[in-house]
Design a protein around this ligand. Structure first.
Ligand code: 5AD
Ligand code: SF4
Length: 432
C-alpha cells in the first residue's frame, strides 16, 4: 500500500477538490491516506492564492516537507497557487515532482507518474466531472455546481486560477446529492465561486435553468434534510431567489453576502456591480423575508484609494446590517489583477489599523448578537465530538452549538436550548 498525505488550504472548493484527489488516488489507485508526513510516499499540498501570505508560506512549507519526507517520496503542488505560478514552482523548488492546477484535478492519477509535469490549463469538458467518491464527513456532502468565475472583481485572482465559469448539469448534481443523502449525509452543501449565477455555460447551450430551480430540485430529494451553499454574490440576490431561500424549509437560513466595501466609490473601483444602498436594501429585504437568518460577509480594508470616509461607510454598513459573522482581510495586491497597478495603494499601517478597528467593532456587536440567543431553541445537526465530553453541530442558521454528550448524538437532529452564548459558539442542552 502506498501512503498519501494531503494538506488543504483555502476555501470549501479546495476541500472538495482534495476529496476528489483522495477519491481518485485511493479508489482508482492503491493509495491509503495517512496523517504522518514521514511515512507518506506522496505528499500533496492543495494551495490557495487569494492573498499573498499563504503563497509565501507555501515555499517554506514544501521545504519542510522535503526535509522530513522519506527517501523517494514525491511532493506535488495542487490548487490555485499551482494554477497561477505553474512551472515557477518547480524552478524555485526543484524537489517538487509535479504541479497540478485547480482546474486539472482529474489528471491527478496521471501526473504522479510524470516527473516535472505542469498541468495548469483552464479548459474544461464534462469528462472531468466523473470522479470516484470520497467524503471527509459522513454527515455533510460538498457538491460542486459550478467551476470558475466570470466576474472581474479588480482585486481577485480567482478567475485566473479557476478559469471561466461553467455550470455542472443539474442531473449530475441531483444524482450526487441523492447518493450522498442515502449514504447518510443529510446536509448537502452546494459549492461554486458564484453559486447564484448558476446556469451559465452548460455544455448544452440551450439549457435554461438557474440557481433557484436547482435549489428546488435538490430540495425534492426525500433523504436530504438540509441544503447549504456558498458563495452567493449579492448582485444576483433577486426577489425570486430570496423568496425561495426564505420559504423552502430545507434551505438553511444562513446567507453569505460578501460586502467587500461599504463605500459605493470603492465598490465601483472593485467592479462589484452594486452600491452601498443596493446592498443595504437587499440585506434588509433578506432579514424581512427570512426572520432569524444569520448573515455572514467578507470585507476587504485598505483597497487602493480607500479614504477614511470610505472606511467609515464600511463601518456604517456593518452597524446597519448587524452581520453575525465577518471574515475581514487587509487588501493584498495579487498578480494578474488590475487593482495591483492602481497608483493609490494604502499604506500598510493604515490598513492594519482599519482592520483592527473593524474587528473591534464587530467583537462588541457580537456580544449583543450572541446574547440574544440565550433561551432560544435551535435544531442542531450533530457532527463532531469535542474535548471535555461535548458534541458539536450547527443550527439551521449556522451557529456552532455544543452540548454535553457523546457519540450517540452524531448524525442526529436535536432541539437544543441555548444556555450560554459565546462569540464563536453557543452552548446548550438537548431538550427534544
Ligand atoms: N486581498 C484581500 N482579500 C481578498 N479577497 C479576495 N481577493 C483578495 C485580495 N486581493 C477576499 C475577498 C473574498 C474572500 C474569499 O477573500 O473578501 O470574498
Ligand atoms: Fe479558494 Fe480562491 Fe483560495 Fe482558490 S484562491 S483556494 S478559489 S479562496
Amino acid at each position: 500500500m502506498k501512503k498519501l498525505y494531503i494538506e488543504t488550504l483555502g476555501c470549501a472548493m479546495n476541500v472538495r477538490d482534495s476529496e476528489h484527489i483522495i477519491a481518485e488516488l485511493t479508489k482508482r489507485d492503491s493509495f491509503q491516506l495517512t496523517e504522518e508526513i514521514q511515512e507518506a510516499d506522496l505528499i500533496l499540498i492543495n494551495t490557495c492564492s487569494v492573498r499573498e501570505k499563504p503563497v509565501h508560506k507555501l515555499f517554506s512549507e514544501i521545504g519542510y516537507f522535503n526535509k522530513v519526507k522519506k527517501p523517494g517520496a514525491k511532493i506535488g503542488v495542487c490548487g490555485c497557487t499551482a494554477s497561477h505560478l505553474g512551472e515557477e514552482i518547480i524552478r524555485r523548488a526543484p524537489y517538487v515532482s509535479f504541479v497540478l492546477g485547480a482546474r486539472n484535478v482529474s489528471k491527478i492519477r496521471e501526473v504522479i507518474h510524470r516527473e516535472g509535469a505542469v498541468e495548469v490549463d483552464l479548459d474544461h469538458d464534462e469528462s472531468q466531472y466523473a470522479f470516484e467518491e470520497f467524503r471527509s464527513s459522513p454527515y455533510r456532502a460538498y457538491i460542486n455546481i459550478s467551476i470558475g468565475c466570470d466576474k472581474q472583481c479588480t482585486f481577485c485572482i480567482v478567475p485566473h486560477t479557476r478559469g471561466e465559469e461553467i455550470s455542472i448539469p443539474p442531473e449530475l448534481i441531483v444524482a450526487e446529492a441523492q447518493k450522498a443523502a442515502r449514504n447518510g449525509a443529510k446536509e448537502i452543501f452546494l459549492l461554486g465561486q458564484n453559486v447564484n449565477n448558476y446556469g451559465r455555460r452548460f455544455t448544452d447551450r440551450d439549457r435554461r435553468i438557474d440557481f433557484t430551480d436547482l435549489l428546488r430540485m435538490v430540495a425534492q430529494i426525500d433523504e436530504v434534510a438540509r441544503i447549504r451553499f456558498t458563495s452567493p454574490h449579492p448582485l444576483h440576490m433577486d426577489d425570486r431567489f430570496l423568496e425561495e431561500f426564505a420559504t423552502n424549509p430545507k434551505i438553511c437560513k444562513s446567507m453569505h453576502m460578501p460586502l467587500q466595501s461599504g463605500s459605493s466609490r470603492i465598490l465601483r473601483r472593485m467592479k462589484r456591480g452594486y452600491t452601498k444602498e443596493w446592498f443595504l436594501e437587499r440585506a434588509a429585504r433578506l432579514r424581512e423575508m427570512a426572520p432569524g437568518v444569520r448573515i455572514s460577509t467578507d470585507i476587504i480594508v485598505g483597497f487602493p484609494g480607500e479614504e477614511e470616509s470610505d472606511f467609515e461607510e464600511t463601518l456604517d454598513v456593518v452597524r446597519q446590517v448587524g452581520f453575525e459573522q465577518i471574515f475581514s482581510f487587509k487588501y493584498s495586491p495579487r498578480p494578474l489583477t488590475p487593482a495591483k497597478d492602481y497608483p493609490d495603494q494604502v499604506p500598510e499601517e493604515v490598513a492594519s489599523r482599519r482592520l483592527s478597528q473593524l474587528q473591534e467593532l464587530h467583537a462588541q456587536m457580537l456580544d449583543a448578537i450572541a446574547a440574544r440567543e440565550k433561551g432560544k431553541v435551535h435544531q442542531v445537526y450533530f457532527e463532531e465530538l469535542k474535548p471535555g465530553g461535548y458534541v458539536a453541530g450547527r443550527s439551521d442558521n449556522n451557529w456552532i452549538v455544543k452540548v454535553p454528550g457523546s457519540e450517540e448524538l452524531l448524525g442526529q437532529f436535536r432541539q437544543v436550548k441555548i444556555t450560554k452564548p459565546g462569540r464563536l459558539a453557543l452552548e446548550g442542552v438537548v431538550v427534544g
